[in-house]
Design a protein around this ligand. Sequence first.
Ligand SMILES: [Zn+2]
Length: 393
Amino acid sequence: MEQCACVERELDKVLQKFLTYGQHCEQSLEELLHYVGQLRAELANAALQGTPLSATLSLVMSQCCRKIKDTVQKLASDHKDIHSSVSRVGKAIDRNFDSEICGVVSDAVWDSREKQQQILQLAIVEHLYQQGMLSVAEELCQESTLNVDLDFKQPFLELNRILEALHEQDLGPALEWAVSHRQRLLELNSSLEFKLHRLHFIRLLTGGPEKQLEALSYARHFQPFARLHQREIQVMMGSLVYLRLGLEKSPYCHLLDSSHWAEICETFTRDACSLLGLSVESPLSVSFASGCVALPVLMNIKAVIEQRQCTGVWSHKDELPIEIELGMKCWYHSVFACPILRQQTSDSNPPIKLICGHVISRDALNKLINGGKLKCPYCPMEQNPADGKRIIF
Ligand SMILES: [Zn+2]
């Protein structure tokens, strides 16, 4: 962050200089034009009277030419001065940022170039779909000859259609979706459907007393949510009292807050994504954000590896040589480290639960087998190694 601020300061200086130069340039040219205009009028006047060019006028003219030349020269040299400031920004970028980051990770950890490219293209396409930039995604698919099947696109298309409607304050498609997925939304503890009905109800309230009956009859939609959202429903019913006066002048004016619309878009994206098994943020943005956090550490490791000439340290494809803290936001699932080998378990070395209930990694289990028998390293229970069960966190 400090580096960004440093470059930004240099950039501000340049922008300030440009601004001052621009103003100064405009002013000098304006003055010059005015001066030339005056001279032209005088000349025209003289020509009209048929008098030959007086010595004074010709002196004034040559003075004018010199003035024009001087001004242009001055402007050009001022412009040149800005160049040095611009190049200072370039130097600040070079000084504060490392330009060579490709070599941070050794080539050995990547798949083949073609596969890499394909994965990257797919990640970009998914990101574009997720951001609602459907036409750009389609274009990229065509240009990169990436074949994305309809099953992959469908959920994004549907989500975007509903979100677009929500942005235009059209609750219809979202309500339809929420009603048809009611059971699964409830399993997720989602209050999406309730919030949608609430917004619809509030919209009816803004229609004034003539909408009172309609609002009352719509209130029956709250019935399935009576237990979970009792307090909110009471508030809405209470607001009916102020219908004649106008909600905006009542203690219930908070119901009209426009933040409810932003909130509903957020709730819909979060709950629909989790119901459809999609991440709220695209894998590309998550990778990018994680990369930004991890990059300084990785660059330090690279320097250390080079200094100590221990290139073999980083040869695993699915594991970094050290742990990098990415913050709570990036905790997606539990991890298990084998208490015997002190290594994080993986697909190839999964955690195994022994019949005594203790859990160790499969590699540790294999190492502990003695004469076809296994003795638990925690409780001395002897058991058959084949009885261990793989567990998934
Ligand atoms: Zn045990």
